[in-house]
Design a protein around this ligand. Structure first.
Ligand code: GLP
Length: 253
């Protein structure tokens, strides 16, 4: 795994946006895997700016989002549909038909998971998968468990995740208990993966991820098996890493 330790959130966001830009310049019909949460917000701002400056054309880009809350309709301000349109899609020239996000209010949720999985297969493979990370090491909404389903599936969110995400809702009762998430198999099939983390609340999860010890109790540890992962972290997220752990990875700048 390549690890880039940067000064702060803004630098993480700028470097991440540069990598996305390079990818789209190299392959205009890039398939991007997109994440939500507070971490990629800065990167999306830079991407919008780059698009407005004429540096990136999204007209042939295809996107697949990692996850969506069950029970929140696309017009709910905390749904990931709403988030994506508000923070990226409304400001760039992506085609609506090229956007894919699981439907958290589908009548048949199991069928929706199968449909999403078929859509990913139809397009082939994700070229660049962007990931954030939960405080418990979840990626997408693949939560720690004894075993983890590998395809797109329905998950029950852990208390830790519900607590971490309550800041976006009026009260903890409003946080959905379930979500649809892309599985680890589509994430791991991506040609390239870029994981972003900022702040000391992510330091423990990053330390576990870089240990090189695979466990479903920390889903992000699976990334050690992928041939092309770049992790961009700021000083806070890197604060628990020892010299020994850093010696296991390729430091890059
Ligand atoms: C959320 C999302 C993840 C995200 C993670 C971290 O619940 N499902 O895709 O990476 O948790 O969120 P944040 O960036 O807000 O810390």
């Amino acid at each position: 795994m390549k690890v880039m330790i940067v000064r702060d959130y803004d630098e993480m966001s700028r470097r991440a946006a540069e990598i996305v830009k390079e990818q789209i310049l190299k392959k205009p019909d890039t398939v991007l895997g997109l994440a939500t949460g507070s971490t990629p917000l800065g990167m999306y701002k830079y991407l919008i700016e780059m698009h407005k400056n004429g540096e990136i054309d999204f007209s042939n880009v295809i996107t697949f989002n990692l996850d969506e809350y069950i029970g929140l309709s696309p017009d709910h301000p905390q749904s990931y549909h709403y988030y994506m349109y508000e923070n990226l899609f409304n400001h760039i020239n992506i085609k609506k038909e090229n956007i894919h996000i699981p439907n958290g209010v589908a009548e048949d949720l199991e069928e929706e998971c199968k449909r999403y999985e078929r859509e990913i297969r139809r397009i082939g493979r994700i070229d660049l998968q962007i990931l954030g990370i939960g405080v418990n090491g979840h990626i997408g909404f693949n939560e720690p468990d004894e075993s983890i389903e590998t395809k797109t599936h329905i998950v029950t969110l852990t208390e830790e995740t519900i607590n971490a995400n309550k800041r976006f809702f009026k009260s903890i009762e409003e946080v959905p208990r379930r979500a649809i998430t892309m599985g680890l198999s589509s994430i791991m099939k991506a040609r390239k993966i870029m994981l972003l983390a900022s702040g000391s609340n992510k330091a423990k999860a990053i330390k576990e991820t870089l240990k090189g010890r695979l466990t479903t109790k920390v889903p992000s540890t699976v990334l050690a098996l992928h041939p092309d992962v770049t992790i961009i972290i700021d000083k806070g997220a890197a604060s628990l890493l020892t010299d020994e752990e850093l010696a296991n990875v390729e430091l890059t700048d």
